[in-house]
Design a protein around this ligand. Structure first.
Ligand code: UD1
Length: 418
């Protein structure tokens, strides 16, 4: 177990190439189960979540080879149709294997997935959608047994769930006939999944909209470059903003970060959007911004809520957050308070009253983005902070400490007990 040790006070300054999107590569790896020939994915971040997905593919019988940031999957040898409880609980995205595995094998068994604890995270929408495509699903405690030959159908999602949309796209590709998904999620990672499937020969219409039409089709081979990670970009932007820094992000997609960039501008930052680039220059002190309501894309992303809160801890005025997507996503708040932050919470709301100084403290990350938020806050604090629970950050940020160091921040990884 390791801890992140941060000496606060430096302004983040420099340039960074954004990594490939974690939330894209995971559904892409699940999609590879459906291919007849295999695929090569480029720009895959080196993250523990990606390792976990690769392990599952290998367990199922796929051949996976990795070279640098590229992953080649050959699903020709897929022989297994079940995934153990232990493997399913490594992360939430393991549930994305359900749709494609069922479509390919006609029957499979998996368990309820794990993942960051952000409140209740049921999979009812995934299951409801699969049932609409003809799956018979029985549940024995946390075990899900699924069987059936899938056929196209109509699915109306009561909420535009990212994971359910992805699972249903993949299941629909292996179903006979055409499927329509209404109120589909529109996150850029879904656009990336559709682009990958199309490259493999899929016929999917409506990309970028909330109504998707998917024709069941055989998928051949594909080569694809994973879209840049808007959440890694947002995290480093908030770190630059909170420390009065200057940051140039390359291989970034400013059009995927509209809501985040608008908030940073309202807080007083200068933002320049280029072709594949974002430049941000922050003032010495940010100002509070109008209430931030998290929402499905293109709204303000829930994954950026914690890092943005951390950036605004020393802003002039009060900022209110309204977390509408997850029911328990303020688990970073006690850690931030240890630094001297003034934050009040009541249900879905949190109010941050900017303070003039933060002081280093010990904290424990309890989830991926919450941990990143603690780092963003610690960079602004006087003195040393130590953040335990680094494994949460490794799920989503490649070489986090090293990348912060390359931007002039004093950050090291220390073994626990050192
Ligand atoms: C994905 C992202 C995650 C992000 C989230 C929302 C990945 C790997 N993860 O997670 O980083 O925070 O989108 O943008 O892409 N829900 C149900 N029933 C379901 C499914 C979801 O009630 O069957 C609820 C969830 O509990 C949550 C909300 O819907 O309150 C959003 O979940 P969803 O969009 O499915 O998020 P994930 O796909 O899990």
């Amino acid at each position: 177990m390791e801890r992140l040790v941060i000496q606060g006070g430096a302004r983040l300054k420099g340039a960074l190439r954004v990594q490939g999107a974690k939330n894209s590569v995971l559904p892409l790896l699940a999609a590879s189960v459906l291919l007849e020939e295999g695929c090569v994915l480029h720009n895959c971040p080196r993250l523990s979540d990606v390792d976990a997905a690769v392990e599952i593919l290998e367990y199922l019988g796929c051949r996976v080879t990795r070279e640098g940031h590229s992953i080649r999957v050959d699903p020709g040898g897929l022989t297994r149709n079940h995934i153990s409880r232990e493997k399913m609980q490594t992360m939430r995205s393991t549930i994305l294997f359900l749709g494609p595995l069922l479509a390919r094998t006609g029957s499979c068994s998996v368990y309820e997935p794990g993942g960051c604890r952000l409140g209740a995270r049921p999979v009812d929408l995934h299951l409801m959608g699969l049932e609409a495509l003809g799956a018979e699903i029985t549940r024995e405690e946390d075990r899900l047994c699924c069987r059936g030959r899938l056929r196209g159908g109509r699915v109306v999602l009561p909420f535009p769930s990212v994971g359910a949309t992805e699972n249903l796209i993949l299941a629909a590709l292996g179903a006979a006939g055409t499927t329509t998904i209404y109120n589909a999620a529109r996150e850029p990672e879904i656009g990336d999944l559709i682009a990958f499937c199309r490259a493999a020969g899929a016929r999917i219409y409506g990309a970028g909209t909330s109504m998707l039409e998917i024709e069941g089709s055989a998928l051949r081979a594909a080569e694809h470059r994973v879209v840049p990670d808007r959440m890694e970009a947002a995290t480093f932007l908030t770190a630059a903003a909170g420390t009065g820094g200057e940051l140039l992000l390359t291989d970034a997609r400013p059009e995927h970060l509209t809501a985040v960039l608008q908030v940073l501008e309202a807080a007083g930052c200068r933002v320049e959007r280029g072709d594949g680039e974002i430049f941000l220059a922050a003032p010495r002190r940010l100002r509070a911004v109008p209430p931030i309501h998290t929402a499905p894309y293109p709204g303000f992303p829930t994954d950026a809520q914690a890092p943005m809160m951390a950036a605004l801890l020393r802003a002039d005025g009060v900022t209110v957050f309204d977390e509408t997507v997850f029911s328990d996503r303020y688990r970073h708040v006690p850690g931030l308070r240890r630094l001297g932050a003034e934050i009040g919470t009541a249900g879905a709301l949190a109010a941050v009253t900017g303070v003039t100084r933060l002081r280093g403290a010990d904290m424990e990350a309890t989830d991926l983005r919450g941990g990143a938020a603690m780092a963003v806050a610690a960079l602004q604090a006087e003195g040393e902070s130590r953040i335990a629970g680094v494994h949460h950050m490794m799920r989503g940020y490649e070489n986090f400490a090293q990348r912060l160091r390359s931007l002039g921040c004093a950050v090291t990884l220390e073994a626990d007990g050192a």
